[in-house]
Design a protein around this ligand. Sequence first.
Ligand code: BTN
Length: 274
Amino acid sequence: MEEIYKRIELGLRNHVIGKQIYHYKKLKSTQLLAISLAENNIKNEEGTVILADQQDEGRGRGKKKWSSPIGGLWMSLIIKPRIEFTKFNMISVISAISVCESINRISKLKTSIRWPNDVLFNNKKLAGILIDSSINNSNHDYVVIGIGINIDTDISKINLSNASNSILSRKVTSIQNEIKGRAIDRFMLMKQILEKIEFYLSLLEYDKYNSIIIGIYKQLFDTLGKKIIVYQDGLKKYNATVKDIDTYGGLILERDDNSLEKIYSGQISIRENN
Ligand code: BTN
């Protein structure tokens, strides 16, 4: 199996997320380990968090690699959300909000979200989120939220794949690169994120909070009104303009032939002529 880990405590106010945190020096991928724990459900893994100082085979969205040298926050958390299927996309929404708000709070950087869940500062990618799930309406359902944040990573070492998920601009940055000098406590940032995710997840159980959550997402969202290209399986599908976000975080698009389209996943890139 994998290398040695240390169990850590962050003094979280949470009931579930982070009840056990396994901290590894090095892993192939926190996401892969979290998925295998959730699949095997050896113990009750709900709320388990896997953290690694570095990953050899970090994974990004769209089967891309995610460079994960020392200096970043690389973690995956296992959740078992008790929400209707229609709301599952909201897990991506609340994860993005939580990461964005936590970075803003800890570093004072005003980051924004690029659909679906890239976190950017000045158009440069600072953090990425990867959601893997197995949902069959059974007790074995799980969602793994993988979060990668460039904190004090040497950005010259970060493979450009970290930036190229959904957007043409292939730029990456790190918190330290933007704030210069001030130290960022990785564990404080992690604590903030885990508390926020638990908080927003609890709101998802009530329909009345959905529009509030989407309202927060929209305020942080930087893709509204933009002209984009939509891809499927890596191939260009059509051009469109981003009109709005729907109740569950889907992107409402107007294609260049004026027809309307709604997408919840996939890849987009911003067109140059915005
Ligand atoms: C993206 O492509 O934007 C998503 C990147 C997600 C990276 C994180 S780092 C922790 C977790 N483990 C992985 O292998 N990937 C995710």
